[in-house]
Design a protein around this ligand. Sequence first.
Ligand code: G3I
Length: 375
Amino acid sequence: MRKFIITIIIVFAYLSCSDKSSDTTSVPIKQVLNDKFLMGTALNENHILGTDSSGIKVVKDNFNAIVAENCMKSVEIHPLENSYDFYRADKFVEFGEKNNMFITGHTLIWHSQLSPWFCVDENGQDVPADTLKQRMKNHITTVVKRYKESIKGWDVVNEAFNDDGSFRETPFYNILGEEYIALAFQYAHEADPDAELYYNDYSMNKKAKRDAVVKLVENMKSKGIRIDAVGMQCHVMLDYPSIEEFENSIIAFAETGVNVMITEMDMTVLPNPEKNDGANVDTSYEYQSKMNPYTEGLPGSVNIQWTNRMLDFFKLFLKHQEVITRVTMWGVTDKDSWRNNWPMHGRADYPLLFDRNYQKKPVIDSIINTVQKYN
Ligand code: G3I
């Protein structure tokens, strides 16, 4: 009986989080946020090739910005030094243009999903610095020029720092030193002088990483190298990071004079084998069923916690709307999320704004009501 009463209380509490005011049910979130910041999502292969028609409808109805989840990474678009595969990238850009979306290219220089030939010679040894510079310039120039009229902004360099603020020892860094970052931005700007150029990373709430990125932006600006925004990926958990810590980074980046973008937002509800609060794709753990507790759906109490915390992040974004120009969710529905397979394959996560049945979650109406209350 006690359990039944507690369940009833939780259900009513959960329902009270989902705003029922009819003036929000039909208004798309992109429209309500239109004068605040772009509302984006990441497209996977099923969206790009048209096989997920329900997902495509969610994208068209609710978002006005898109980013390529995988198809523009070097291993996909430039698999061999003398061979490009633009098929999926072209379809992605075509979808964006047809639906009048702000299109972001992700990502020109990244150590992961990197074409195996990019930084090594035929014997697998690091290439000389000049060779790597030429390869970077060829890659960036070819890809950026191809989409010059369509892609408005590029994640030029992704995840160049460790959480302690040191440079990540990627093949680019090991061969060229920190100069590779400025070179990548320079090549991208030369290829498309009108494109916005971004530095993108995760765990940007961490002070050491924040300070390193601030220093990077200041150095680039002092050299007259174009950088328009810092991308904070925002792969967060139910209890980490704090809103305050995250806000400190928004403020610090904005104080350098660039915009801030929330580029890969998702909020996991799943336990982590270790306190793994980042998004380092190289991390992985063997499957453990105890780490996959919500295979039959989320308990009401967890739903409420997730809803309230997601709303808190959007309230933070609205508070800083004068510097935040885009908020992008890293996927369309929960079933699309990389979180279902990272850092452990085969789990059921619930990190995004639309559920596995393509239905919007109550938090969307809560966000809309928050905006309408303060408009
Ligand atoms: O395309 C192959 C397919 O041919 C093959 O059959 C299949 C099974 O092995 O793998 C497919 O490639 C996978 C790719 O996603 C496309 O689905 C890779 O194995 C898989 O590792 C890759 O995961 C992506 C991950 O980056 C790794 O780079 C995720 O989808 C993607 O969401 C994630 O996104 C990154 C951002 O780009 C940068 N920030 C962190 C974020 C999360 O890791």
